[in-house]
Design a protein around this ligand. Structure first.
Ligand SMILES: Nc1ncnc2c1ncn2[C@@H]1O[C@H](COP(=O)(O)OP(=O)(O)OP(=O)(O)O)[C@@H](O)[C@H]1O
Ligand SMILES: [Mg+2]
Length: 172
């Protein structure tokens, strides 16, 4: 039987339905999870990523890109806001909206990406919540220790909920 630590009793429900959690013990663990998620994704997937500075959003995005078959080096888009990678199984749109206002984000025409044939991953997505499409997978990285993270998923839409179950995430 698995040892139940205190943090397994954290309440991650945001009030929008079921949330799921997956516990990462290391950076490599997070990478494996992100790669598995990438293999489930289809055109028009939107991943809304949140978590404190240094929680692992970019690390997650890099592994996710690699799971999509992207070979280019994926670096943090903090200053470029949007980076596009076309060499994977699906186009990959990597965004980081930390440095821009909601008004500036609105002018970027993000819906073109969200509704396109690629996969969009937005770091700091909660900052542009009103601009996100109704169907999306929210993922929050919670720092639980020096090398451990809780990956908390809140699916909006049944297709995303199915992925969470397929990934072996636990409902919370
Ligand atoms: N289990 C883990 N999963 C992911 N990253 C981890 C884990 N344990 C340690 N780390 C470390 O946490 C750091 C995460 O950095 P990263 O740039 O991905 O964070 P970020 O959330 O994108 O930050 P920012 O908000 O500044 O963009 C890396 O140095 C990584 O090695
Ligand atoms: Mg980052």
């Amino acid at each position: 039987m698995r040892h139940m630590s205190d943090r397994e009793h954290r309440d991650y429900r945001g009030g929008n339905g079921t949330a799921f959690v997956w516990q990462s013990r290391s950076e490599a663990d997070t990478a494996r999870f992100a790669e598995r998620l990438a293999r489930l994704c289809g055109p028009g997937t939107v991943l809304a990523l949140d978590g404190d500075l240094g929680a692992g959003k970019t690390r997650f995005a890099q592994a996710f890109a690699s799971g999509l078959g992207v070979r280019d080096i994926v670096s943090s888009p903090t200053f470029t806001i949007i980076k596009e990678y076309e060499d994977g199984r699906l186009p990959f749109y990597h965004m980081d909206v930390y440095r821009i206002s909601l008004e500036e984000a609105d002018e970027l025409g993000l819906e073109e990406y969200f509704e396109g044939n690629g996969v969009s991953l937005v770091e700091w997505a909660s900052l542009i919540e009103p601009l996100l499409p109704p169907e999306r997978l929210h993922i929050r990285l919670e720092v639980t220790g020096p090398t451990s993270r809780d990956v908390v998923a809140e699916p909006r839409g049944e297709r995303y909920a199915a992925w969470c179950r397929e990934l072996g995430m636990l409902p919370v």
